[in-house]
Structures are given as structure tokens and as C-alpha cells.
Write a protein that binds this ligand. Sequence first.
Ligand code: PEP
Length: 254
Amino acid sequence: MLEDAFVTRKLIAGNWKMNGSLEANEALLRAVLAGLPAEPAADVAVCVPAPYLAQVQALCQGGPVAWGAQDVSAHERGAFTGEVSAAMLRDFGCRYVIVGHSERRQYHGETDEVVAAKAQRALAAGITPIVCVGETEAQRDAGETELVVKRQLAAVIHALGHCVGEIVVAYEPVWAIGTGRTATPEQAQAVHAVLRAQLRAAVAGQRRVRILYGGSMNAGNAAALLAQPDIDGGLIGGASLKADEFLRIVAAAG
Ligand code: PEP
């Protein structure tokens, strides 16, 4: 197909979640930077807690590791105490921002519409949103996986229109996040194929949208997952906090 002619490099993005300290971040990033080849075979990024963006920018500037945030406000500016705007993330050189992570949806009540608004704000500021979708275990057991992920992605497509071609999607089954229970490559591929079809219908003729898999990806299971035809990379939580593990996942993406 036309867009397959524009297949991009895989993307391995770390999600540090609410972990780290000035000291630990520096040690982790120095080890990752030292372990990466000058031209990694995949794109590499780390999405870090907002207070550390300046530190990570200083350590990664000019190197092979891009950086980003884990959330962004749905509002442009103003009286939204505690929130961080897309323009602020841009000031710190963010290339990416995660939006709609299941922990945000679950603990902060983020709806599909809020997630879509956040993706819109990020794009307007020139930052690529990594839009997370995924079903809970109960939804999978009820046979609702396809329905749920398509509904979540549809809200973003509705808000962004053709600009949806600029985003990255991450399929993260909620039951696989931080649990050590990874989706099998076949389970993941089946959902990625559904998302791919939905994206193709929305962005026909544009470049291929990268669809990452996330959920207990590690150095042991990365190669099999990344070998699937519709898996374009990984969003890595726990394993991104260990330099050696993270580097082995990047190597598996090459
Ligand atoms: C995540 O939080 O995005 C994630 C995939 O976490 P983990 O790899 O720890 O399951």
C-alpha cells in the first residue's frame, strides 16, 4: 500500500512514570547514552517527570535520545493550577508527550474527549503526542477489546482529522501494564491490525502512523513483539528504568 512505502523507523520510548531523582536520572541517562551506537537502528526517547525536563534536556541535547513528558494540559494557558501547557513543554525541547495513559484515565478521570484535546494541544505546539489506548481485563474478558480501542482512537481522529497522521499511537492493554503479563505477539498484533485499519481509513495517502506496543515489554520478549508486522515500537515502563534492559530492547528494534 502507498503508506507502507513510508514505513518509518521503529520508536522505543521509555515512560519513567513517577520515578527518578536528579542523581538517578543522570546515572541512567549516562549509561543509556554510553551504550547506544552513534546511529541507533531505532528512534529512542524517554518521557520523564516534568520537573526533570531541564535536566534531561541538558543531558540529551544533540544526542540520539529524544525526550518528552508524560502528560500535558488540555488548556492553552491560564488558571489551571498544577497543570503544564504544551508551550511550556516546547520550551524544554520536548519532542513527545504521552497522552491518555491508562493511569491518567483511571486515576484522573480522563475521558476520550479530554485525551483528544490534549493530543490537539500537543500537535499545535509542534510536539508529537503518543496517544495510549487499551482495554481492561474485564473488557477483554467481555469480548470488548476492539470496541474499546476503536472508541478511544475514534475520539482522537474526530478531533484531529487528517492531522491524526502526525501522532504516535500506543496500544497498552491495561492488564499488561506493570504486571509482568505481556500480551502475546499474536494478541498484540491482532489489536494493532485493527488500529492500523482505522488509521488507514482516516489518513489514506499519508505516511504510516507508528503504533507502539506497551505492557511489560522487556529484553526477553521485545524481539518477538517487535517482529509483528503492525508493531512499530514499544512504550516501555519498568524496563526503561534499567539502562541495560532498555538498551537491549532498543537493539531488538533494529
Ligand atoms: C507503561 O506504563 O506505559 C508501561 C508500558 O509500563 P510497563 O512496561 O511497566 O508495563
